[in-house]
Design a protein around this ligand. Structure first.
Ligand SMILES: Cc1cc2nc3c(=O)[nH]c(=O)nc-3n(C[C@H](O)[C@H](O)[C@H](O)COP(=O)(O)OP(=O)(O)OC[C@H]3O[C@@H](n4cnc5c(N)ncnc54)[C@H](O)[C@@H]3O)c2cc1C
Length: 465
């Protein structure tokens, strides 16, 4: 049994680290789905780009997730409507509808990139099932069916292609006696996240993007006065004439006009202003030994998303191993990256959850819930167990745009939905840097309001789980 990600368990040769000094238009920090997609879009637009990754491409959450491509934020649709109404007023329903539409745009952009660059990444579009369990688990909605049926009606009214499946239709299909019903989002999909992102990285290299792996950024500083005018010339990122940025690493540095922080959960480690905006949470997963038959297609989301599973397409013939994740609801404090505690009346932080090693406690919880969900598979051996660190925002929406430091931009805070928002967000930001009309912002006016990179200050601490 391997204690690391199944997706990362394949041969890979990283690039050399940065050494010496170079000059590029944009430095991307972080080689996950966000950073690599952003670098690719920027290079397509003619910018010179360097990607700095402290380990290897896709070694963060991108190489450790479930590979689900789900539309929308992690709440039930009805809850997203309620929460957004609560936070943003009567536009809440429209904002929720747009959040789902933007994720669908994200899906199409990803599928388009796979096609354009011929990336083979086990992509399938069999839909997702948001299931109601007969015995809802701790921390999830006591009457999940009610919320699922409400969501189904709202989604239908808002024009989404969804279906409601009752227990009878589900059982034959899904092989668990515990599922009471489900919302079937037919438009959702799944992929091998590492094959996908490494495919994008190869495409980006083909367009001249320079990757430096095993290269941690230690600081970003402004050089010059910082008052320069933003000039978007000939499709290249706008230059600030009399100022720039200097990106530091252990053995080299890069002069640049723009920095893209694609570090998601790790952003606060480099920019303390994001400590209260992005909260790291660890998620844990295991895969089983391969099963020879195909048990089911599509991806499953249960107990308000605390638990999730799918069958991979990695077997000979029809079968494949099962991937199962969750269990955070039983160990919330341990799985949260840092905590704000008080000592003698003063707040201070403790860091815990940046460790990716799987823990016995959560893996046991996952084993237990897997075995009760699939009693006939309880003897199935495990092949890999791992953890990964996600970046949660307080309202489930990402931060996209320029930070308080001119020229330093952020794309982060996906709240467990990087495969739903990172691509569209990277597109939005690269369009801005390339000073060209945005296919995203033209379609979805409200993203400016919801994706505001500076929102959520000190008091907005972690309304999320
Ligand atoms: C268990 C689990 C299951 C999940 N399931 C899903 C799912 O099914 N669907 C979905 O949409 N999302 C899922 N997610 C969330 C998803 O994985 C993330 O939202 C997404 O991968 C974020 O991508 P990213 O590129 O922004 O961040 P990351 O992939 O975390 O990349 C950030 C990179 O920055 C690098 N870095 C950090 N600091 C520095 C530095 N100082 N210098 C240089 N590099 C640095 C890191 O090494 C890392 O590679 C899941 C996450 C986990 C952990």
């Amino acid at each position: 049994m391997i204690r690391d990600s199944y997706w990362l368990d394949m041969p890979y040769t990283p690039t050399d680290p940065l050494s010496g000094e170079i000059d590029v238009d944009v430095v991307v920090i972080g080689g996950g789905v966000t950073g690599v997609t952003g670098a690719l879009f920027l290079a397509e637009g003619g910018a010179s780009v360097a990607v700095l990754e402290r380990r290897e491409v896709a070694s963060g959450a991108t190489g450790r997730n479930g590979g689900f491509m789900l539309a929308g934020t992690h709440e039930y649709y009805v809850e997203a409507v309620e929460e957004l109404t609560d936070m943003y007023g009567p536009d809440g329903r429209e904002l929720a509808r747009e959040a789902w539409m933007i994720a669908l745009e994200n899906h199409d952009l990803m599928a388009g990139l796979m096609k354009k660059y011929d990336i083979q990444c086990d992509y399938y579009r069999h839909g997702s099932y948001v299931v109601a369990m007969k015995r809802p688990d701790r921390g999830s909605h006591g009457v999940p069916m009610e919320r699922i049926v409400q969501s189904y009606h709202l989604l239908q009214e808002d024009g989404f292609d969804v279906e409601y499946l009752d227990e009878e239709r589900l059982y034959g299909l899904k092989r668990s006696p515990l599922l009471a019903g489900a919302l079937w989002n037919k438009f959702d999909g799944e992929l091998h996240p590492v094959k996908y992102v490494r495919g994008l990285a190869s495409a980006a290299k083909g367009l001249g993007v320079r990757f430096f792996e095993n290269t941690a950024v230690t600081g970003v500083e402004r050089s010059g006065s910082g008052t320069g005018r933003q000039e978007g010339a000939d499709g290249r990122p706008g230059k600030r004439k009399d100022s720039g940025l200097l990106v530091h690493t252990a053995n080299g540095q890069i002069r640049t006009q723009h920095v893209l922080l694609g570090m998601n959960a790790y952003t606060p480690q480099l920019d303390a202003r994001y400590e209260r905006r992005i909260i790291p949470h660890r998620g844990q997963v295991f895969t089983t030994k391969p099963v020879t038959e195909r048990l089911f297609n599509g991806v499953f989301y249960a107990n308000d998303g605390w638990d999730f599973w799918r069958q991979l397409h990695d077997g000979h013939g029809e079968g494949g191993r099962l991937l199962y994740g969750g269990g955070r609801n039983h160990h919330i404090r341990a799985e949260r990256g840092f905590h704000f505690l008080r000592r003698r009346g003063r707040p201070f932080r403790t860091y815990r959850g940046y460790k990716e090693r799987p823990t016995q406690a959560v893996q046991r919880s996952n084993d237990r819930s897997f075995n009760t969900t699939f009693p006939h598979l309880a003897d199935l051996g495990r092949s890999h167990r791992w953890g990964g660190v996600m970046g949660f925002s307080y309202d489930s929406s990402p931060f996209v745009g320029e930070t308080e430091t001119p020229g330093v931009h952020i794309v982060a805070g996906f709240t467990g939905r990087g495969n739903a928002y990172a691509t569209v967000a990277a597109r939005m930001l690269s369009d801005r840097l390339l000073d060209r009309p945005s296919t995203v912002e033209d379609q979805f006016e409200t993203v400016k309001k919801v994706f505001d990179p500076l929102r959520g200050g000190i008091d907005a601490e972690n309304r999320r789980r």
